[in-house]
Design a protein. Structure first.
Length: 589
């Protein structure tokens, strides 16, 4: 028998694999005629959501209407520290950073079981071929263009333990995307996975979580409504020494939640969280408000990952494979970086496939090299975001400063890079990767300063990343003041249309002011001559000078170019508009 052949085979039908499939089918319409296959051991029925568990996370897939209609809104991230660790009964017992308005870019919490079930039906309707089975082997021999995937087909019972093994088949493909999560279909066969603190900036953490439905909303109450956003439909973070907890609504109206803990192993053992009873006992003593929320509802399921983090040596290979999602890297659900990484990985893979199908071998090789450098750099940064968390999480002053700084760089640089699709430009990818060591070195120096604050119990104040209130300068705040080039206001969504260098300069300017204020509060005037502060000042000043020049070049090159082609064309078309006051006759008898 001749094995069926596909242009692309995606292994794994979780959020990463399904997103990759849908993006390929949307952006490369020629793939819709049964040229993409996806493999997963879960059947297309996908009704057994209790087995379809995920670590808490809160998503260009043309899903806006679907998300509005089917998934709860995500207004922003909120952070809470107990005023007194022995009293956590209500939100009055916390220091909190509350959202003050709806975000400029609409976002959503994701019920992962539900969206994956719906996405699967969407891609089948687009022409993808689904194999209900387990991948038993892959042939990814170096230098071979054609890859072989052996699949143990399964019967369609939805519960894993009820499925029966059917025939074993082989399919071939020009390209494999491994989205198999912790099955590591490619990673385990190529020695590609990196685990252990020595490979993860010292990170050693685990996670335990529950999903609960029909909670009593009164337990998450608050006295102030002086905002234009919902605090209930935010992703709420609760902190303590060596751990943080998430509280994420996963259904509209029915009060279903994912509630879980991410803990660091230098402070906790996984055996302290390996049962529902132990988890609830921990909450009762440390975060009573979450204990009450869970007890007021009905448990859907309980899950845990005793060892959470890993990364990869390669993410995009010249041997016609890529790894995405949890098959590539995961560190911590903090800031929901998993979906951020997936979005960039998916778009990079689609660009490679586009050039591959066009026969552009040089373009493929160029992008494989550049995108692998980019994704490796992004994962390094996201890994480094969790460095020293164990020591800092429970300290409201230190951690609020971290969140303030990290929000500045996310909104001011990372988000505009994605909006402007700079992550698809090989030149930008290589330049970004080549300079990441300056970013990580700067962060290390700041983390050393924060260690000093913890060790010496220094209160440098409480920073709220949602508000201006003259915390830094006037009304500026990381989460609401980032759109320096008017990408949102002027709809600058074209490829490299927004001026990323302008964003970088402005972000570094405010970041430097934040750093200056923090060193001053910790050391007084002596902080302004501290060697680490002077290093940060010099590196940022040099980078700001470089990007200021590049910003002027970008402005020159875009002189006279419309901010958005669609609206520009509509304006031109409107010049020929002439109002007709006549009523067109119709049959009304």
């Amino acid at each position: 028998m001749v094995s069926p052949h596909y242009d692309v085979v995606v292994i794994g039908a979780g959020i990463a694999g399904l997103s990759q499939c849908r993006h390929l089918l949307l952006k490369i319409p020629g793939l819709r005629d049964k040229r993409v296959a996806i493999i997963d051991p879960r059947s297309t029925i996908r009704n057994n959501q209790a087995e379809d568990f995920k670590v808490g996370e809160s998503t260009e897939l043309e899903l806006q209407d679907y998300l509005v209609e089917n998934q709860p809104p995500k207004f922003t991230l909120q952070f809470h520290w107990p005023r007194n660790i022995e009293k956590t009964d209500s939100m009055d017992d916390y220091y909190s950073t509350w959202a003050i308005k709806n975000p400029e870019i609409q976002s959503f919490q994701l019920n992962r079981s539900k969206i994956e079930k719906d996405l699967l039906q969407m891609i089948l309707g687009q022409g993808a071929i689904y194999y209900h089975g387990r991948v038993k082997d892959v042939d990814i021999t170096e230098g071979d263009n054609i890859k072989t995937v052996d699949i143990q087909m399964l019967s369609d019972e939805d519960r894993f333990e009820d499925q029966k093994q059917l025939e074993r088949i082989s399919i071939t493909t020009d390209y494999i995307v491994d989205a198999s999560g912790r099955n590591f279909i490619i990673g385990s066969r190529t020695d590609n996975i990196l685990k252990g603190p020595e490979n993860l900036f010292g990170l050693a953490n685990g996670s335990t979580w529950v999903r609960v439905k029909a909670i009593d909303k009164k337990y998450f109450d608050f006295n102030s409504q002086d905002v234009t956003a919902s605090w209930y439909y935010d992703t709420n973070h609760f902190f303590g020494p060596g751990y943080w907890l998430w509280m994420i609504p996963i259904e509209r109206g029915s009060h279903d939640f994912s509630i879980g803990v991410s803990y660091h192993k230098d402070r906790f053992s996984p055996t302290q969280f390996n049962s529902y009873e132990k988890f609830m006992s921990f909450l009762e003593k440390n975060q009573k408000i979450l204990y009450n929320l869970i007890k007021s509802g009905e448990i859907i399921d309980f899950h845990r990952w005793p060892t959470l983090p890993h990364t990869s040596k390669r993410f995009v290979s010249p041997d016609n494979w890529s790894v995405i999602g949890d098959a590539a890297a995961i560190f911590d659900p903090f800031y929901s970086t998993g979906m951020t990484m997936i979005a960039q990985e998916v778009e990079c893979v689609t660009e490679i496939i586009r050039h591959k199908l066009a026969g552009d071998e040089k373009g493929v090789a160029d992008r494989v090299d550049a995108y692998d450098k980019l994704v490796r750099t992004i994962t390094q940064i996201n890994n480094h975001l969790i460095k020293s968390h164990s020591k800092h999480l429970g300290n409201a002053s230190v951690m609020s400063w971290r969140i303030y700084m990290e929000s500045t760089n996310y909104f001011g640089t990372a988000l505009p890079v994605y909006i402007g699709k700079y992550h698809l430009c090989p030149v930008f990818c290589r330049d970004f990767a080549a300079n990441v060591h300056f970013l990580l070195e700067g962060r290390d120096r700041l983390l050393k300063l924060m260690d000093y604050m913890v060790d010496n119990n220094i209160n440098a104040g409480f920073m709220d990343n949602h508000r201006g209130d003259n915390q830094l300068s006037g009304s500026w705040a990381p989460a609401i003041s980032w759109d320096y080039d008017g990408a949102i206001k002027d709809c600058k969504y074209g490829f490299k249309r927004l001026n990323i260098h302008k964003y970088i300069v402005n972000t570094m300017w405010y970041d430097l002011r934040i750093v200056t204020l923090l060193y001053y509060r910790v050391y007084g005037l002596a902080g302004l001559v501290h060697p680490d502060y002077l290093w940060l000042l010099s590196v940022r000043s040099i980078a700001m000078t470089k990007h200021s020049f590049q910003s002027l070049v970008h402005q020159y090159n875009k002189w006279g170019v419309p901010a958005n082609e669609y609206y520009h064309k509509m304006g031109l078309d409107f010049k020929s508009y002439s109002y007709n006051d006549d009523i067109i006759p119709w049959n009304y008898d």
